[in-house]
Design a protein around this ligand. Sequence first.
Ligand code: NAD
Length: 265
Amino acid sequence: MGITEPDENVESRIRAAAALIRSARYLTAFTGAGISVESGIPPFRGAGGLWDRYDPRTLQIEFFLRHPDQAWPVIREIFYDNFGRAKPNRAHEVLSAWERDGWPRGPGSSERGFLKCLITQNIDNLHYTAGSRNIAEFHGNSRLLACLSCGARVEAHADLLKNLPPRCPCGGIYKPDFIFFGEGIPEAAHAKSQEAADLTDVMLVVGSTGEVYPAALVPRRASDAGAKIIEINPEPSEFTGSITDIHIPLKAGDAFRRLQEELRV
Ligand code: NAD
């Protein structure tokens, strides 16, 4: 049973969520593909999703290793040409501002709270571009390329992607530094997420179906450890009926605008 009832209106949910954020000692956020939809990046699945247009095989690690010359043109189109044009939206910007400047603890209070950790499943770099720095990139990112031979990491500049597959000076092939189907979660990001889940008292869960594992275990672990879960998603998810305390059924941009307004009151 959540803090708010399913039939309570959105306004009272925003007020209840803002009160939780105001009082949070260790606020964290967990984001999924939905937070980037208003930046023009479609989710993978569902109508209009990426897999309507592209073959998901190109992101299977075995296929990539065997046929980098076939996989790379598709990868460049999705993750560098298309994602590369996207700009952070209000939701990314508010989360970045909460990490950098915090939010007022309450009317007249000079004390501020700060977003302590942002865990994202996204690989579009939009949190980073918006200025967030304390990020656990659970699935890696497309900002960097990693050499399959020597392990060197470099920024994915357009020049490097002119001739495919891109190659490291050592002769090895570069792979985007996000995980492909069949690969494990990056160790450092995994450890950072576990720590955040254990420490947090309030977690925002934004734009995630909760169907992708093991990522979906992060908010579940936080809830098990006693954290309150505020979910922002226009649709119900796997989290909604199970761990969510307050569901704000709005698009991420609208929800963060209204939360910001409420926190300034
Ligand atoms: P997902 O499981 O992350 O779910 C997308 C969710 O976003 C849905 O519940 C949907 O209702 C919600 N949503 C849609 N519009 C929204 C909005 N405006 N505001 C808030 N929520 C909104 O999505 P998926 O597409 O199945 O992704 C699976 C995995 O694929 C992700 O975990 C991620 O690693 C990867 N992925 C990343 C990106 C990206 O980097 N932007 C894009 C697609 C997929």
